[in-house]
Design a protein around this ligand. Structure first.
Ligand SMILES: *[C@@H]1O[C@H](CO)[C@@H](O)[C@H](O)[C@H]1NC(C)=O
Ligand SMILES: *[C@@H]1O[C@H](CO)[C@@H](O)[C@H](O)[C@H]1NC(C)=O
Ligand SMILES: *[C@@H]1O[C@H](CO)[C@@H](O)[C@H](O)[C@H]1NC(C)=O
Ligand SMILES: *[C@@H]1O[C@H](CO)[C@@H](O)[C@H](O)[C@H]1NC(C)=O
Ligand SMILES: *[C@@H]1O[C@H](CO)[C@@H](O)[C@H](O)[C@H]1NC(C)=O
Ligand SMILES: *[C@@H]1O[C@H](CO)[C@@H](O)[C@H](O)[C@H]1NC(C)=O
Ligand SMILES: *[C@@H]1O[C@H](CO)[C@@H](O)[C@H](O)[C@H]1NC(C)=O
Ligand SMILES: *[C@@H]1O[C@H](CO)[C@@H](O)[C@H](O)[C@H]1NC(C)=O
Ligand SMILES: *[C@@H]1O[C@H](CO)[C@@H](O)[C@H](O)[C@H]1NC(C)=O
Ligand SMILES: *[C@@H]1O[C@H](CO)[C@@H](O)[C@H](O)[C@H]1NC(C)=O
Length: 367
């Protein structure tokens, strides 16, 4: 049943990629939707350079969110939106410099903020990418942003991202961002696109989200602590692999807490698939952060639904190892991940970060 999961790959650090990535915004497209035409600014929190979306979409109305929802802590991109009261389908066209030979992270953000002042129904609409159904956006709270991210290999030099009206409510968007990735990684079968399910920074010391410029590709890492775990960390530099993970993400890890965890030799977590036909791609990121003595070992195996996914594995001290799905299984309703120490290991398992993606189906599921 889980046959596909047996095909995994491991990428450890390599000498070629030790050099710290250039953190510059070459090839980034950062649109703050709803700001005046031709205007631009550098965001003081991230250092990202945003421009107006005028010229990337035809039509659309600029709006400010309601003053009730404006605050100093709100991301600047959420202060305005572009809305599409006319037409059923309105499309943005992004033309990345690398064309269709590249692979891109594309993120769309929606912060409603009651921009239309008291419309009594929350917006509900579909998002499409290059004619394929991506996801349905259903606003459920005016002050909770929705962010959708996809890793996409375009078939054309230009990428169309469309907002499609479903009912009487009006589609809108707050920000649209594109980042070129190294196209040797995050590669789904047949180059199909993958939508982000979750991206977690396990064991954060600051409890802050991490993104650009700590992450050269502006992936957004959410701090997360599994129940019954302890944080371990290092202040040393960690060698990167091709995934170029942020140092602050890799320098902390979780281990089972022997005091509170009923099974102190294992780390476990699970999720339910949205639809059993969905295919999930897992990316586990590991680095040893503790200098082990000669008598100590940390070795573990990863199981998914009781099938060996990868192992045994013993992450090298201060260098990144990524283990990821090459050929996903499907037909699974609940995924249980269990990372347990091998019998000979003297130390419990650790984990620094994880990313889980879902293959884009491209059509709307029957409801
Ligand atoms: C930015 O990064 C790109 C690719 O990594 C590199 O080719 C370019 O020279 C860098 N530009 C600057 C100004 O550092
Ligand atoms: C940013 O705005 C300034 C001032 O309006 C303008 O001179 C400049 O050309 C703009 N830059 C870009 C890249 O849009
Ligand atoms: C949005 O707010 C800015 C200033 O905060 C104002 O100049 C602009 O006219 C407002 N736009 C709309 C559509 O109300
Ligand atoms: C996947 O994309 C890469 C880069 O765009 C391309 O070289 C390769 O031929 C594609 N593979 C398939 C199976 O489409
Ligand atoms: C790619 O571009 C061609 C020519 O512009 C167009 O006919 C085709 O529909 C596009 N394909 C997608 C998937 O957008
Ligand atoms: C919307 O979200 C905010 C912030 O998380 C919360 O305080 C508020 O209670 C929520 N409103 C509703 C109607 O759930
Ligand atoms: C872990 O982080 C804390 C806070 O930054 C620091 O004081 C401590 O030295 C770190 N531990 C190790 C082993 O580096
Ligand atoms: C992508 O990663 C490979 C393998 O680490 C590396 O050789 C190559 O230079 C990278 N490409 C870019 C554009 O950074
Ligand atoms: C680890 O877990 C798997 C799956 O539950 C189990 O088959 C295996 O015996 C466990 N190994 C150890 C050393 O506990
Ligand atoms: C799952 O997807 C399949 C294929 O689109 C569909 O027939 C089925 O109804 C979906 N199941 C659920 C629970 O949405």
């Amino acid at each position: 049943m889980l046959k596909g999961f047996l095909f995994v790959w491991l990428i450890a650090f390599s000498l070629a990629t030790i050099a710290v990535a250039q953190n510059n915004q070459t090839g980034f497209i950062s649109l703050d939707c709803g700001i005046p035409a031709r205007s631009n600014y550098t965001d003081i929190t991230t250092g990202l350079f945003y421009t107006s979306d005028v010229g990337y979409v035809s039509g659309g109305v600029k709006n400010n969110i309601s003053s009730k929802y404006q605050s100093n802590s709100l991301e600047r991109q959420f202060l305005t939106v572009t809305s599409f009261p006319t037409g059923t389908k309105n499309c943005y066209t992004l033309t990345p410099a690398q064309g269709n030979s590249g692979r891109y992270l594309i993120r769309a953000s929606f912060f409603y903020g009651d921009y239309d002042n008291g419309n009594d129904r929350f917006p509900y609409f579909d998002l499409y990418i290059e004619e394929k159904y991506w996801i349905t956006i259903s606003i459920y709270n005016a002050s909770i942003p929705i962010q959708e991210e996809i890793i996409h290999t375009p078939s054309n030099a230009s990428i169309n991202i469309c907002l499609v009206k479903l009912d009487t409510t009006t589609p809108f968007i707050s920000a649209l961002e594109l980042r070129p990735l190294n196209n040797t990684i995050y590669k789904a079968i047949l180059n199909s696109s993958m939508e982000l399910f979750i991206r977690l920074d396990f064991g954060s010391l600051t409890n802050q989200y991490v993104r650009y410029s700590n992450d050269a590709w502006d992936r957004v890492w959410r701090p997360f602590q599994l129940p019954g775990t302890l944080i371990i960390n290092t202040t040393e530099e960690i060698l990167q692999n091709t995934f170029q993970l942020p140092l602050s993400v890799m320098s902390t890890a979780l281990i089972p807490d022997p005091e509170t965890d009923p099974s102190p030799d294992t780390l476990t977590f699970f999720w339910y698939s949205t639809n059993a036909t969905d295919k999930y791609y897992l990316y586990f990121h590991f680095a040893e952060v503790v200098k082990l003595s000669e008598t100590e070992t940390r070795e573990f195996s990863i199981y998914v639904n009781d099938n060996l996914y990868y192992g045994p594995l013993s992450p090298a001290y201060l260098s990144t190892t990524t283990v990821y799905t090459v050929n996903p299984g499907s037909g699974i309703e609940r995924y249980d991940v269990l990372i347990n120490k091998t019998e000979s290991s003297t130390l419990p398992p650790l984990i620094n970060a994880i990313e889980i993606f879902r293959e884009l189906r491209g059509y709307k599921p029957d409801t």
